[in-house]
Every structure is written in C-alpha cells, then in structure tokens.
Write a protein that binds this ligand. Structure first.
Ligand SMILES: Cc1cc2nc3c(=O)[nH]c(=O)nc-3n(C[C@H](O)[C@H](O)[C@H](O)COP(=O)(O)O)c2cc1C
Length: 425
C-alpha cells in the first residue's frame, strides 16, 4: 500500500496539474499541451474529414489542457504534403465546428496551427513553390525538392492576407486560438533566415527587414480575429544551419512579437535540412540536454530573461519527473508533447496523476540501413498511429518500423510514400 501523506505531497508537487492564465484572460486547465503533428487526414482534395474530430476527441478525453492541430495550409496551391487540410473559405465550416467541439467538450482549448510551406514541399505536389529568394536546396535534397521561385511583393501581401483569413475562419468555427507555424524551415522561417532570404527590398537585407514578414502575418491575423483571441507562434531557437537564423535573431524576433502582443511562444528548432526538432541530425542535443529531456530548454531560459510572454517548449519530454523539473526551473509555462501522444493518447491522464505513460518513445527503424538513413521512418510511423486512433483503434506502440513501411507503401503507393519520405515535421 502507498503512503497517503507521501502521495498527497507528490500530487501537490505535480506542477503539470496547475492552471495557466493567458494574457487574454482565458485559462488553460493545466500545463500539458499537444504540439502540432500533421495528421495527413485531409481528403484527397484537402478538406476536413470526420476522422479529425474523432482523433481530437480522444486526446481531449485524456484531460490535456491545450491541443494544437497539425499544420493547416492557408493556400491550396501551396501544400506541404498529401493529406493536408487547406483552409481558404468556409466550405468546411460544419466539420470544422465538429472538430472544435470534440476538442473543447472537456474544457481543453484547441488552437489551429496555420502554415505555408514555402519551398519546403516535395516535388510534384504543387505547380511551383514560392520562397523569399530562389535558393536551391542542399545538394543531396535536390532530387526531392525543387528550387523555389522568388515571391513578388504582391504574392507576399496575398499570403499575409490568407493567414488572417484562415485565422478568422478558425475563430468562426469555434477554435480557441491559432498558432503561426514559424518553425522548422517553412515559409515564415524562410523569411527569417539570412540563408533562404536574400532579398534587398523591404522584406530582406537585415534582421529587422527579415522579421517584417512574421510581424505582418501576426498583425493581419490580429486585425482579422480581434484583441481577445489567442494568437501564438512556434519558432525555432535556431536553424542549426550555416548562415541560418541564429539564437540572437530568434530572441530579437520573440521580443518584437511580444511587444506586438503575441499570446504564447512555443520553442522548437531545425529545418528539413537540419532536422533537430525530433532529436535527429547533426544538431543532436548534447547528452546533458537529453538527460534534462527537453532539447531546447537552455534557449528557453534566455527567452525567459527577455520577455514576459508565456512560453511552451517542445521536443524530448518523456517523463513526469522531467516535465516537472523543467517547469520547476521556471524557464517555461507549458510542456509540449508530440510523439508520446501518438503512442499513448491517454498519457496526460497518467501525467496529471503524477505517473509516467506506460509507453516509451523509442527510435523507429526498419533495420534496412539505406531506408533508415532517409529519416523517413519516424514521421510515417507516427502518422500511422494517428490514423489508427482517428479510426477508433488503439495505437500499436510496438509496431515494427519495417511493417509500418510496408503498410504505408501498400496503402498509399510508392508515389505518395516517395513524396513524404523527407518530411521532418
Ligand atoms: C508525425 C509528426 C508530425 C509533425 N507535424 C508537425 C506539424 O505539423 N507542425 C509542427 O510545428 N510540428 C510538427 N511536428 C513536430 C512536433 O510538433 C514536435 O516539435 C516534435 O515531434 C518534437 O517533440 P516530441 O519529442 O515530443 O515528439 C511533427 C512531428 C511528428 C512526429
């Protein structure tokens, strides 16, 4: 039998269960947040399907405080992967409302992550891709990604307006907030990067000008959703790429967004060319960072010193103790969870009780070196688990990487698989 006094003390000490008040006055019921995971559950023509409310209803039932959707595209002509949702008009409003209701029925908030992939979209998916500048990919990736076209000033203005319009639709459908995807090498992140943005007009040429795009996206969203509606951003601590976005620029960007009134900043890192967001790639976290679980905690401490905006950190959290230690350090307000929630959608119920999930996030491999080197296995393996939950099944935490690979190929055909294999997030 357990010691009731000790149990009570440990429950009291479980910081995960504490509510958090956001700057707009709304309250998140606890410190656990699901970070965005692209569900790839859109229809073939990129509309919302009933699988999405089912998936989010399952997560909501776990008691989690905040659910951030997988990335939703703001332009049908600019998809990041097959199965994306694209949100351009109100044609999906009834299903969007169902999605928001399923997620919020137990008191959680749901924020829609809005994204434009820019150049980070596999060959053949879109007619062409736009980016701040026409910079080719790293040589070994050019087989999978085309060199983008440089966006014209009018195209940039159109994209900014689309971010605002999609946010207004999300609000109308009953979503609790939106998050700008400013991380992982997509368009917002491309504008911030001196490597990808080599413009000399008002959108590039200095760190201030490179941040004009994200600030314009935020201002337009705010204009279209009003003052009380939460608007957050997921931002890289750095791109971990030579000549890329640095920690100093990231802090300065967060300061500018904080001044403009952003409600929540989520910290991550990496791009397709340097996929450190899931702990992979050359920018692998140091052993000391891995021991503290969170990959980006040290950077969060720097941000904490610079702004008062609530902070969420995502990447590497696995245990109740690790999450509590991070919260206790004071560097963050919300613990972001990705892969653990695809393995165990009920994990928040355990964590809120002060216990760990029954399952462990483990490296996924097929045993075939050439395939594993392509870094494709993780994402398609986890996407399969999301699909299982969405279809009313339990995930298969022990499913073999090889089995998942064969299943994905059989289900989608080699063509789809090929387009998705380099997607890091
Ligand atoms: C299947 C899958 C899809 C993802 N899709 C997105 C996405 O749409 N947007 C995003 O910001 N991050 C995405 N990510 C990254 C996660 O939000 C998170 O940053 C990353 O998995 C690290 O957190 P973790 O260690 O808790 O998994 C994705 C990750 C996975 C595994």
């Amino acid at each position: 039998m357990g010691d009731p006094m000790a149990d009570a003390a440990s429950t009291r000490a479980n910081l995960l269960a504490q509510p958090l008040q956001l700057p707009n006055g709304s309250v998140l019921k606890n410190r656990l947040a699901k970070s965005a995971m692209s569900e790839a559950l859109g229809s073939y023509d990129n509309h919302v399907t009933p699988q999405l409310p089912r998936l989010y209803g399952r997560w909501a039932a776990s008691g989690i405080g905040l659910l951030i959707t997988g990335n939703v595209m703001i332009d049908r002509r600019a998809l990041g992967e097959p199965g994306n949702i694209a949100l351009e008009d109100e044609s999906d409003l009834p299903l969007l409302q169902e999605w928001a209701q399923a997620a919020t029925a137990q008191g959680a908030q749901i924020w829609m992550q809005l994204n434009h992939p820019g150049k980070q979209s596999p060959k053949g998916l879109n007619r062409y891709n736009l980016s701040p500048s026409a910079i080719p990919f790293r040589k070994d990736l050019t087989a999978f990604f085309d060199t983008p076209r440089e966006a014209t000033p009018a195209q940039i203005e159109d994209i900014i307006a689309r971010f605002g319009h999609a946010a207004a639709i999300a609000r109308k459908a009953g979503f609790s907030g939106v998050q700008i995807h400013g991380a992982h090498g997509y368009l917002v992140s491309q504008f911030l990067s001196p490597h990808h943005n080599q413009r000399s007009d008002e959108w590039g040429g200095s760190a201030e000008k490179r941040r004009r795009f994200v600030l314009a996206v935020f201002a337009e969203i705010r204009r279209q959703v009003g003052a009380g509606f939460p608007v957050g951003i997921k931002l890289n601590s750095a791109d971990f790429q030579r000549g890329g976005f640095t920690e100093e620029e990231s802090v300065a960007t967060i300061q500018a967004l904080a001044q403009a009134g952003i409600d929540l900043v989520e910290i991550s890192g990496g791009t397709y060319e340097t996929p450190v967001m899931t702990g992979a790639g050359d920018g692998k976290p140091a052993a000391s960072t891995a021991a503290r679980e969170a990959y980006f905690l040290e950077f969060a401490e720097k941000v904490r010193a610079a702004v008062a905006t609530p902070l969420m950190v995502t990447g590497g959290f696995r245990s109740c103790d690790g999450m509590n230690a991070a919260l206790r350090s004071g560097a963050l307000d919300l613990v972001g969870l990705g892969r653990l929630l695809a393995l165990d959608p009920d994990a928040p119920a355990s964590l809120l009780r002060g216990a760990d999930s029954r399952y462990h996030v483990r490296p996924i491999s097929t045993g075939i070196k050439a395939v594993d080197r392509m870094a494709l296995m993780e994402v398609s393996w986890y996407t399969r688990q999301l699909k299982r939950i969405a279809n009313g099944h339990e995930p298969k935490p022990n499913e073999s990487g090889l089995f998942a690979l064969l299943g994905t190929m059989a289900a989608s055909g080699w063509g789809t698989f090929r387009t998705r294999r380099l997607r890091a997030s």
